[in-house]
Write a protein that binds this ligand. Sequence first.
Ligand SMILES: C[S@@+](CC[C@H](N)C(=O)[O-])C[C@H]1O[C@@H](n2cnc3c(N)ncnc32)[C@H](O)[C@@H]1O
Length: 273
Amino acid sequence: MTKRAMTTKLKHPAKYSSTIMDCIARTVELYAWEQIVLDSSRPLRILDPMAGVGGINELQNLIPYSLDIKGIELEPEWAEQGGMICGDARNMGSLLPDLWVPDMIVVSVPYANRMADKYLPDKYRRMTYANALGRDLTLGSAASMQWGRQYQKTMAEVWEACANMLPPNGMLILNCKNHIRASVIIPVTKWHVYTLSNFGFEQIDNWFKVSVPHMRYGQNSELRVEFEDVVVMRKCEQRTEFEEIEYPTTLPLIAVDRRVMKENWKNDGRHHN
Ligand SMILES: C[S@@+](CC[C@H](N)C(=O)[O-])C[C@H]1O[C@@H](n2cnc3c(N)ncnc32)[C@H](O)[C@@H]1O
């Protein structure tokens, strides 16, 4: 661990915002009830496999049920700061205590956007994971990957580990966000929902679009998607045989006219997809 990390609390650039946490808490509360009816003798077990500085712990302050929360985080500085288990989510089976099986997985994934840019020690204020840590990220970190095959392969391995870890009917609440690149919206959330369905998950509730204030600085700051997604999924009882399907590279992407967006931005300060 670097000297800087040992002496200072390192900021995390992508902690759960209070609005996202509120949306997640309401959803967990709704579905926790099912679990509590089944077995009220123990706290509800919640796992965040990409837990950052442990924002997931805030759930206990928002829900009137007793929770047993565990998180896994790859970067030692952040894991230590949040009291999370340090390790790679893809190996979650070997990181969690024996016989500890989560009832629910709640996770905010890296968004495969410019926050994955490399560490650049310069005078600019860069909202990247690497700059927040003050070093390049650990090998295997999905937070160091831009949208593309490597990100998809790594995240598919995380989803496979989640599918192996959760019991049938276990819930998975996903928080993700699309972004704009080369004038098109990259449907990152849709890709995750699609891949999770290949691992036996189905969407069982609304696809929440949560409006979030975003950074007003940086390149193209007016061209950012202003919503985060929260998607509620459940692991199906009968896991259908996983068939590897190549994700189409020619998705019907939504073209974005930068002039129109800039105009909208000037007019009302907000842009909606
Ligand atoms: C969106 S952030 C989560 C932040 C967290 N929700 C919080 O409130 O602090 C995603 C996290 O995933 C971690 N990560 C990336 N790849 C990982 C992997 N293979 N295993 C475990 N954690 C990983 C990153 O280091 C990053 O902290």
